[in-house]
Design a protein around this ligand. Structure first.
Ligand code: LLP
Length: 389
């Protein structure tokens, strides 16, 4: 049964649009903050998942900081009320302008991704007469079980400073007077459902932090990045992700020195399940080979994850949910002139008709934010469950 149903004839706003369930967002934030508070952990929301201002406001009011990967996100976080001292800035290619902007904003820490970036931040801080906090983003060579395009922590990835270069990084830090190392940062990938990957990460962090401690470097914080996965198969079975298990895994495996704080950068697990992409069936047709297609008014321009990663999203026919309809095999495809613009292939689906309203579930993260204007299509609007539209 779909989460919602639409009786035929009901007035549904013009499609496509993103729909956000604020009750679920609040329950998710409540679970995340309650579980993190058990161990005194800090959460920074990964802005890259969704920057809808009303969503940002909820997240900021729940007390989370922000994790940014561009100067634009830093600016957006500040404009939406996130205190600069709770903002971290990662990214493998920060431009001079972006770095300067973040220095002026007075952010908590830069997560530095290369030896050269250390020198650039030092020089820009010197020019501005500032001394800035940096955390070294270290590539720990942990390979999580997830899609290769969203895995970042293995040795051959472009992200972070190689664990083989930390000696050199430390040597360099001694001569750079406008940056101060305050922490270590790690992020091994996204949509990680097997918590043992995080236990493995914690083990690697223990070794690396001990290496720094043995050289007299006092680390004020450890940042474990994000990556907690969600249930795309059955979003109603687990609407709120397993924050309890996630934070407990770190509590059990990560060694924390006295006075040290532990930080996380969660994106998908905070916002994915509260969002749905609502679309209408424009046409149905059957190919010569007998395959049924439902062509929708949303496409890869609104949600690129299936085309880009072969990602699975549960799709529900909200109109058929109210009626007895025969089931069949359907492919659900968008209107864009690209063969890859298909949301799902040959899924068991109720017989679908022109005008039916469909929901593409679990799209609150990496959905609207990755939208494009391809085919000159406008960006789909957002609607909210609490009627303050
Ligand atoms: N921190 C850093 C440094 C990151 O690179 C990311 C995500 C996060 C935190 C947040 O990770 P999360 O908690 O959301 O897993 N567009 C892809 C996901 C790309 C994730 C990139 N980095 C997708 O649609 O699956």
């Amino acid at each position: 049964m779909p989460k919602y149903t639409v009786t035929p004839g009901t007035l549904v706003p013009s499609t496509p649009f993103y729909y956000y369930d604020f009750d679920l967002l609040r329950r998710t934030l409540d679970a995340a903050t309650t579980e993190a508070a058990k161990y005194g952990y800090h959460i920074h929301y990964a802005m890259k998942a969704n920057v809808e201002p009303r969503i940002l406001r909820e997240i900021q009011c729940a007390g989370l900081g922000a994790d940014c990967v561009s100067g634009y996100e830093v600016q957006c976080a500040v404009e939406n009320g996130f205190p600069p001292e709770k903002i971290v800035f990662a990214g493998v290619g920060k431009s001079d302008r972006e770095i300067e902007g973040a220095i002026r904003a007075g952010i908590f820490a830069f997560n530095c991704e290369s030896l050269q970036e250390l020198e650039v931040i030092d020089a820009l801080a010197a020019r501005l007469g500032r001394r800035v906090n940096i955390a070294l983003r270290i590539n720990p060579n942990v390979r999580p079980e997830t899609h290769k395009y969203i895995s970042t922590g293995q040795a051959e990835s472009k992200f972070g400073i190689s664990y083989t270069e930390i000696d050199q990084a430390l040597g360099k830090l001694h001569s750079l007077n406008h940056i101060r190392i305050v922490g270590l940062h790690f992020h091994i990938g996204s949509q990680i459902r097997n918590l043992s990957s995080f236990a493995e990460l914690a083990g690697r962090v223990n070794e690396i932090a001990a290496w720094f401690a043995s050289r007299g470097v006092e680390l004020e914080h450890l940042n474990m990045g994000g990556g907690l996965g969600i249930d795309y198969e059955d979003p109603d079975a687990e609407p709120v992700p397993d924050f309890a298990g996630y934070f407990r895994t770190f509590h059990e495996h990560l060694r924390v020195a006295p006075g040290q704080t532990v930080h996380f950068e969660l994106g998908r697990s905070i916002v994915a399940q509260c969002g749905e992409l609502i679309t209408r069936v424009l046409y149905t047709k059957t190919t010569a080979g007998g395959a049924n297609f439902a062509i929708t008014d949303a496409g890869m321009t609104e949600l690129i994850r299936p085309a880009l990663y072969g990602a699975h999203h549960r799709i529900e026919n909200l109109t058929a949910g109210t009626e007895e309809r025969a089931m069949g095999l359907y492919s659900i495809a968008g209107p864009i002139c690209e063969s890859s613009d298909v949301f799902a292939r040959d899924i068991e689906f109720p017989e679908s008709r022109r005008g039916d309203v469909l929901s593409i579930r679990s799209t609150g993260a990496y959905g609207s934010i990755m939208a494009s204007n391809y085919n000159m299509r406008p960006i789909a609007p957002s609607r909210f469950s609490d009627k303050l539209n």
